[in-house]
Write a protein that binds this ligand. Structure first.
Ligand SMILES: [Zn+2]
Length: 411
């Protein structure tokens, strides 16, 4: 990483720490957001004269249909796709694609300055002691993540990136040799490490799950194996949306992003984000695909940033039976609560509305039967009677595909 890049990461780090110290009430947070939004509106008027920032509303289909209207250099989606192999549109602008299902992939472009800001902000929120002790941070994500290339060596930090899609046999030994003090990876990878890696030598002090929904069975295995509380970094192609505090509570990054909510049920909401910290690509009143269970009470850490009880899953993976909606948390809990030994499963809805319940062979017949009964009882309580087909769980695509335990299959 160049001296200037180092400097930018450090600047972002200091700024995020300063915000954490100074924004101690909802009121001061709102004032900070209003100020940020005012500056952002000025930028939109100046650099995107075809948009009115006061009324601009985005969506993924609109963004993909007219990509050039939403980035500062008017890059088209086709131009960006041509640069995907190198990950670079210009020497100082990166691009990437989300790991969504094919046909539904999002594209993004981000300037280097913004990536460094992103890295500095994550560090400030996740590892506030990073500059007192030289952390070794290991990040295991699909290579298309914007965090990549954002930093590796510097005086106050070492970051190593490992490409998830290469599979652990490619990088597990290197990872152990690096001896990270902090580890960031999707929950399935952390769990694989918990169950397989040479833990004598892998002793991170801080562990964060990222990029996929964190579920209770994985959390249990990971925390027990490493003897550490598991934190979360909630990030997506669309940006950095949340980081856990030292108490383990996930807080939204309201100091950089304005969150509005669309309520899907009484308890679950979909965030609609306006990222007033980004300039190169616009993200304005953009609905995310995630379902969040927000926490009403403030966190013990005293932060005014909205606390999230759970990122429940994707709105895409809400199951529909006629006009009846069943959210992923209900399906997941129905299976997990059926028997404490269930530590992996899939529930999938096929286009004809029937369900597949996939469980590992290692579970006995009695456990499989109670999972089936638990799932059908939970659905019946919502007036849904449906054919559930029990099948064997295959996990060979664990590292090449995004893990979704509750998934609505497309035709
Ligand atoms: Zn907190």
């Amino acid at each position: 990483m160049s001296a200037s890049a180092n400097h930018q990461v450090l600047n972002a780090f200091v700024r995020a720490r300063w915000l954490a110290v100074t924004l101690r009430s909802r009121r001061s947070l709102r004032a900070h957001q209003d100020q940020g939004l005012t500056r952002w509106c000025d930028h939109v008027r100046e650099s995107f004269p075809h948009h009115d920032p006061d009324t601009l509303t985005m969506s993924k289909p609109a963004l993909m249909a007219n990509f050039s209207a939403y980035n500062q250099e008017r890059l088209s989606a086709d131009e960006v796709r041509l640069s995907l192999a190198s990950g670079r549109v210009h020497p100082d602008v990166s691009c990437g694609t989300s790991t969504g299902t094919s046909g539904n992939r999002g594209l993004y472009v981000i300037s280097d300055a913004e990536r460094y800001q992103w890295l500095g902000t994550i560090l400030a929120k996740a590892l506030p002691d990073v500059w007192r002790r030289r952390h070794r941070v290991a990040v295991i994500l699909p290579q298309n993540s914007a965090l990549y290339q954002a930093g590796n060596q510097s005086r106050w930090l070492q970051v190593q990136f490992y490409d998830l899609r290469d599979g652990p046999e490619q990088w597990a030994d290197q990872l152990v040799a690096f001896a990270p003090t902090a580890l960031v990876a999707p929950p399935k990878v952390l769990r694989w490490l918990a169950e397989n890696a040479d833990r004598q030598h892998l002793k991170p002090q801080r562990i964060f799950s990222a990029a996929e929904t964190l579920e209770a069975p994985d959390r249990r295995v990971i925390e027990a194996a490493f003897g550490r509380q598991l934190g979360q970094i909630y990030m997506a192609t669309e940006g950095l949306l949340g980081v856990s505090c030292r108490h383990g509570t996930l807080h939204l990054t309201e100091d950089f992003v304005k969150f509005d909510f669309e309520w899907v049920t009484n308890t679950l909401a979909t965030p609609i984000i306006t990222d007033f910290s980004r300039r190169y690509q616009l993200m304005a009143r953009y609905p995310m695909n995630d379902l969040l269970h927000l926490q009403d009470e403030p966190c013990r850490c005293g932060s005014p940033l909205q606390a999230v009880r759970e990122v429940v899953g994707r709105q895409d993976d809400v199951f529909w039976f006629g006009t009846t909606m069943v959210t992923p948390d209900i399906l997941r809990n129905a299976v997990l609560n059926a028997d404490p030994t269930i530590d992996d499963f899939r529930v999938q809805q096929r286009p004809d509305e029937t369900l597949l319940l996939c469980l590992p062979d290692s579970l006995g017949d009695a456990v499989r039967t109670s999972a089936l009964n638990g799932l059908s009882a939970a659905l019946e309580r919502r007036g849904v009677r449906v054919n559930i087909v029990p099948t064997r769980l295959e996990t060979d695509d664990l590292f090449t595909r995004k893990l979704r335990r509750v998934e609505r299959l497309r035709g």
